[in-house]
Each structure stands twice: as structure tokens, then as C-alpha cells.
Design a protein around this ligand. Structure first.
Ligand code: C2E
Ligand code: MG
Ligand code: MG
Ligand code: MG
Length: 279
């Protein structure tokens, strides 16, 4: 399935410059061996819960250290991995590594801390995705309640009944589901009410624009639908203050912490003493 859609997508690349095509071809070749060469790494970015006044989760963010030298951004290689089908073994590596790291994360931030894992739609649409993720968790002895699955908002996801039922099944087993980059896709209010999800992550473009009426509407909607709201891309104290006032629950961004290697997770919250959190 992934291979077929990959082939179709090649037509799109006619529009790319020759340079981009060469880069992509290079990636495609090199990505094939990234697992055996152990070139992948996970960084973890803390998500701070205002109610708990502590780190409630860390998001696993994948890095590819090509030839153990160049750091390739996931924005550049995830699309390639999706087109070639490599996202399946890479995605499984991510899940396994995150499960493996969970005890260290929990030792740092508390036993309730979750790991949020980005899941590609290609993974979610694999018929055996649920069996595979359950098996990995079982092997790593991790309870699904500590795993949050982040899925990017997109039209097709919402329209596909089978994906909707996958999400339902996953939730029944204890996983939580977050809609990532919320607001950048095309989901309407009515489709959102049908989505079996727990959290929405407001895209950082909304945080950067900081348009209070828009954010108020977004948060009111989330409240009505009983969805938990995470704000992404908090880069300044001011953004944090304003979103706190608007009623946002959880916060993630460079101002709180950059994505960090497992052995370098920051002691948080460094900023609490300087910020009033009563509003
Ligand atoms: P995302 O899931 O929305 O992750 C948040 C991205 O925003 C990360 O970029 C993170 O480093 C960045 N970020 C965090 N705080 C700030 C901030 O305050 N300001 C700004 N400007 N950026 C911030 P990153 O790590 O480059 O990842 C990009 C995207 O790649 C992710 O977006 C996610 O969609 C995808 N991705 C990352 N890891 C995985 C993975 O393991 N599997 C899959 N399928 N996708 C992944
Ligand atoms: Mg994410
Ligand atoms: Mg996001
Ligand atoms: Mg994003």
C-alpha cells in the first residue's frame, strides 16, 4: 500500500528542481540503511501541565544523523520515509525506543509521565498497526496508558471510517490520542465532534500570531467537546502568560525546554519562580 502511494507521488516531483530531486534520491538511498547503521536518535521535549505544575509528558522527536555526521530534520526525511514505506520499520523503532526510555523519563518527572509519539497516517492505516504496537508495548512491558499517540490533523483521516475505528480501538486499550498541529488542517467542527480523541495540540502558528479572539474560540470549542488543549511553540514568556489566561492546559516550546537527549532532560520547571500561575 505504501509503495503504491509512493509511486503515484513521484509525479509530484516533476515540479521540483533538479537539486531537490538529487537530494531526495540521496535521502532515499541513505535512509534504507539508517536502522542498521544506528543513525536514528530520539530527542524528548517536555510538555508542562499547568494544573499539575510539573512535566506531564515528553514528546519523542526523531532525529536522523546521516553518516553519523549531518543532522537531517524530520520535516525532510519523514515524507521520504512515508513515500518509500520505510516509515513502518522506522515508526516501530521509534515506538520501541520510546518504550525503552520511558522508565528513565518517569524517574526524572514522576511515574505518571507519558511519552507522546508521532504516528504517521501511513502507519495508522496499516491493518496490523494495533497488533504491532500492542506487541511492542508488551515486549517492553509498558502500559498503553503512558503512551499518547499524536496524529496530524488532515481531511482524509477524519473521513476514513477504518482509521476512526482504529483510534477508537486504541483508546479502548488505554492509549490517548492527540490531534497534532491543530488548526492547520481542514477539519470542521462537525467532523471534530466525531473524532475519538483526547487532546488537541494548537499549532505553533496560532501561538505566534496570538490572536486572542481566534484562540478564545478555539479554546471554547475544545472545552465544549471536553478536549484537553496543549499549546505548541511557546517561545516567549508573554505567549505563555496569555495562553494561560485564555485557559490553555499544557505548554510545550523552546521557552520551556528545547527537545533534549534522554540523558540530558532538564530539571523543570525553571521558570515557575518568575511567573505567577494563579490566573
Ligand atoms: P510536531 O509533532 O508538531 O513537533 C513539534 C515540532 O516543533 C518539533 O520539530 C519541535 O522541535 C518544534 N518545536 C518545539 N518547540 C518549538 C518552539 O518553541 N518554536 C519552534 N519554532 N519550534 C518548536 P521537529 O523535531 O523538527 O519535528 C518536526 C515534525 O516532524 C514533527 O512536528 C512531526 O510532525 C514530525 N516528526 C518528528 N518525529 C517524528 C516521528 O518519530 N515520527 C513521525 N511520523 N513524525 C515525526
Ligand atoms: Mg507532534
Ligand atoms: Mg505539532
Ligand atoms: Mg508540526
Amino acid at each position: 500500500h505504501a509503495k503504491t502511494s509512493g509511486r503515484n507521488k513521484h509525479h509530484l516531483f516533476c515540479e521540483q528542481t533538479q537539486y531537490e530531486q538529487v537530494v531526495r534520491f540521496n535521502y532515499e538511498l541513505a535512509l534504507n540503511s539508517c536502522l542498521e547503521k544506528e543513525e536514528l536518535q530520539l530527542l524528548y521535549q517536555p510538555i508542562y501541565g499547568n494544573k499539575q505544575k510539573q512535566v506531564v509528558a515528553v514528546e519523542a522527536l526523531l532525529r536522523w544523523k546521516k553518516d553519523h555526521k549531518y543532522m537531517v530534520s524530520p520535516a525532510d526525511f519523514i515524507p521520504v520515509a512515508e513515500q518509500t514505506g520505510l516509515i513502518i520499520p522506522i515508526g516501530e523503532w521509534v515506538i520501541r525506543q520510546a518504550c525503552h526510555d520511558l522508565p528513565i523519563v518517569q524517574a526524572k518527572y514522576g511515574q505518571q509521565t507519558k511519552i507522546a509519539i508521532n504516528i504517521s497516517r501511513i502507519q495508522l492505516s496499516e491493518p496490523d498497526f494495533i497488533d504491532r504496537i500492542n506487541q511492542i508495548l508488551e515486549e517492553e512491558q509498558v502500559d498503553p496508558q503512558y503512551i499518547d499517540l499524536e496524529i496530524t490533523e488532515s481531511v482524509a483521516m477524519i473521513d476514513t471510517v477504518s482509521e476512526c475505528s482504529s483510534l477508537l480501538q486504541l483508546r479502548e486499550q488505554g492509549y490517548t490520542i492527540s490531534i497534532d498541529d491543530f488548526g492547520t488542517g481542514y477539519s470542521s467542527l462537525s467532523t471534530l465532534t466525531r473524532l475519538p480523541v483526547d487532546n488537541i495540540k494548537i499549532d505553533r502558528s496560532f501561538v505566534a500570531q496570538m490572536n486572542p479572539p481566534v484562540l478564545k474560540a478555539l479554546l471554547a470549542m475544545a472545552e465544549a467537546l471536553e478536549l484537553h488543549v496543549v499549546a505548541e511553540g511557546i517561545e516567549q514568556e508573554d505567549q505563555w502568560r496569555q495562553l494561560l489566561e485564555l485557559g490553555c492546559n499544557d505548554f510545550q516550546g523552546y521557552w520551556i525546554s528545547y527537545p533534549m537527549p534522554l540523558d540530558n532532560l532538564p530539571d523543570l520547571p525553571h521558570f515557575l519562580s518568575s511567573v505567577s500561575t494563579d490566573c
